[in-house]
Design a protein around this ligand. Structure first.
Ligand code: NI
Length: 176
C-alpha cells in the first residue's frame, strides 16, 4: 500500500477524459494495487471519494466510501456509467482533494442509477441517493475532465476553508 501524490487544479491530467479500463487488466496485481492505493490515499486525506485521474492515472476508475451516520459503503467503480438521474435536485457543499482550501455549493440530482464493474470485474447495477449520489457524480465528473467548480451555478458560494469553518461549517461539506 502506498499514499499516492494527488494532482492539483491546473494539472492537465484533471482535464483529460480518462481511458476505459481493459476488463482483462482488472485482476492483475498491479491494478488491484492501484485500487488499494486509491483507498489508502483517500482515507489518509480524509476524502470520501477519489478518481484515478487525481493520482495522474487517466483511467476510468473511482473509489468512494464514507463511514458513520449518513455514510455509504466502500465502492469501486470501473468503466462506470450513470443510466438514470432522479427528478429531484439536492444542493450540497462540495470540496475536492485536487482543489486545496475551497468549498462551494453544487446542485445535482439527488438519485442516480449507476452501472460499473467492481474490483473483481463483476457488473454492478445500483441506485444511490443523497451524499452517495452526489459523491458518485462528483467522481464520475473527474473521468470526463470536470471539476466541481465547473458545476457551480452560483459562484457567490465559493468559500475559502477558514471562512467556511467560521461561517458555514454547520452545513456538511464532503471532500470528494
Ligand atoms: Ni474531486
Amino acid at each position: 500500500m502506498a499514499i499516492l501524490h494527488i494532482a492539483k487544479l491546473g494539472n492537465p491530467v484533471l482535464r483529460k477524459p480518462a481511458d476505459p479500463v481493459d476488463p482483462e487488466a482488472i485482476k492483475k496485481p498491479v491494478f488491484q494495487q492501484l485500487i488499494d492505493d486509491l483507498f489508502e490515499t483517500m482515507l489518509e486525506n480524509e476524502g470520501i471519494g477519489l478518481a484515478a485521474p487525481q493520482v495522474s492515472r487517466s483511467e476510468q476508475l473511482v473509489v468512494t466510501g464514507c463511514k458513520g451516520e449518513g455514510g455509504f459503503p466502500e465502492t469501486v467503480l470501473i468503466n462506470p456509467k450513470i443510466l438514470f438521474y432522479g427528478p429531484h435536485q439536492v444542493e450540497m457543499w462540495e470540496g475536492c482533494l485536487s482543489v486545496d482550501g475551497l468549498r462551494g455549493k453544487v446542485t445535482r440530482p439527488s438519485m442516480v442509477r449507476v452501472q460499473g464493474l467492481d474490483r473483481h470485474g463483476t457488473l454492478q447495477d445500483f441506485e444511490a441517493t443523497g451524499l452517495y449520489a452526489v459523491c458518485i457524480q462528483h467522481e464520475l465528473d473527474h473521468l470526463i475532465g470536470k471539476i466541481f467548480l465547473d458545476r457551480m451555478t452560483d459562484m457567490s458560494t465559493l468559500t475559502q476553508l477558514e471562512e467556511f469553518e467560521a461561517y458555514w461549517k454547520q452545513e456538511a461539506a464532503p471532500v470528494i
